[in-house]
Design a protein around this ligand. Structure first.
Ligand SMILES: C[S@@+](CC[C@H](N)C(=O)[O-])C[C@H]1O[C@@H](n2cnc3c(N)ncnc32)[C@H](O)[C@@H]1O
Length: 369
């Protein structure tokens, strides 16, 4: 099964191309190479660029990738491939390539491509298996894009000011963003969240920022995912780390810190499809709490039917909402200039664009007054 990926700059091509196979195999790789370069992973841009030069020539890279020539755009073949190789590096089984991977203390050098190809040759059967695994990420930086909206709900957007929140996350992956209130956010000399948290966002907003003098309690946090990851296990942690691009070490550090938080703050992520899970969660109102349905970079992976169920389920719960049991729908999904953070709140049902963010989180352009 193909699960999520974590791409900035690739969202637009993916949405445009749908889930069709690319007309030209290398086109798929080129899109991913360019997106990696745009986001700041020169190493991955180089390695994918190298793979593009090898797909037409006999050798291990062609042997590995040729059976996937018909894979869809949305399946992010290059990222599955590179994630499978990164896992081997993280496990300490590819010391020559590790010398080029900042995630394990290396520095990309001119021999990176050759070392990469040697690892592909040495681990071909394993990689041929692993390359089927969907990209599975959980980007903690998105909490910085979402926190302002959670605080709006806590302050009474749609009613329920001061009530504790009941947070239901669709496509929660490892549930790291379900612990958003256990991270620290600081700007302009103010801060919100846990001051002792190992996950710290300093000046994540550009321009305006949300009000940070609000407080909020989370009464319940729960998510669903088709392939949930338990980040507190060695295997879960390795999977999440393997899909972070190795030269984006700040993201790796943030992920490690969030896993530390996850060890002490429980959050259930059910292995379930949104289509069955969400209607069950929202079946009964919960007076005295403000219910928030949240998702980030998920909708593009849902089939039409599941998208419809999501929208209709939240809308129906919203229409049944009362001031004692308000409902909010918080989304961080691809827009024209980045990920748009939107919040609808019931009673009332007003839908607002609160912020536009980079796909991995900061910088976040806060738009609400
Ligand atoms: C790009 S990831 C985003 C994960 C997380 N929301 C984040 O921002 O880090 C998309 C997630 O959606 C999940 N997903 C895809 N289809 C789903 C479905 N029908 N029901 C529940 N989860 C789904 C995937 O397994 C994956 O974990």
């Amino acid at each position: 099964m193909m699960t999520g990926s974590d791409r900035r700059g690739m969202a637009a091509p993916l949405r445009r191309q749908g889930d069709r196979p690319p007309a030209d195999f290398t086109e798929l790789l080129r899109v991913q190479r360019d997106a990696c370069r745009q986001i700041g992973s020169d190493l991955y841009a180089r390695l994918i660029g190298h793979a593009i030069t090898r797909v037409d020539r006999p050798g291990p890279i062609r042997d590995l990738l040729a059976p996937h020539a018909q894979d869809s755009f949305g399946s992010a073949l290059a990222l599955r491939f590179l994630g499978a190789v990164h896992r081997i590096v993280l496990e300490g089984r590819a010391p020559e390539l590790a010398a080029h991977y900042p995630s394990v203390g290396g520095t990309p050098g001119p021999a990176a491509e050759a070392a990469f190809e040697a690892v592909v040759a040495a681990h071909l059967p394993e990689l041929a298996e692993r390359i089927h695994d969907g990209v599975q990420t959980n980007e903690v930086g998105r909490s910085a894009a979402l926190v302002g909206a959670f605080l709006e709900v806590a302050a009474g957007a749609g009613g329920g000011g001061g009530m504790p929140l009941r947070v239901f996350e669709v496509g929660a992956s490892a549930g790291l963003n379900l612990r958003w209130d256990h991270y620290r956010y600081e700007a302009g000399g103010r801060g919100v969240g846990d001051p002792s948290s190992p996950v710290r966002f300093v000046e994540p907003w550009v321009g305006r920022r949300p009000r940070l003098d609000r407080t909020c309690t989370v009464a319940e946090r729960r998510g669903c995912d088709l392939s949930p990851i338990d980040a507190t296990t060695p295997e879960g942690r390795l999977t999440l780390r393997a899909f972070v691009w190795p030269d984006l070490v700040d993201r790796l550090r943030r992920l490690d810190a969030a896993i530390e938080v996850a060890r002490r703050v429980p959050a259930t992520v059910d292995r379930a499809d949104v289509s069955t899970w969400l209607p069950e969660r929202l079946a009964a109102p919960a007076p005295g709490t403000a219910t928030v349905v949240v998702h980030s970079i998920v909708v593009q992976y849902l089939p039409d039917e599941a998208r419809r169920t999501l929208r209709e389920t939240v809308t129906a719960a919203g229409e049944a909402a009362t001031p004692e049991a308000p409902v909010a729908w918080l989304r961080m999904e691809p827009g024209r200039d980045g990920a748009e953070v939107r919040l609808a709140g019931w009673p009332g049902g007003a839908d607002r664009l609160l912020a536009v963010s980079a796909y991995h989180g900061p910088p976040v352009r806060w738009l609400a007054s």
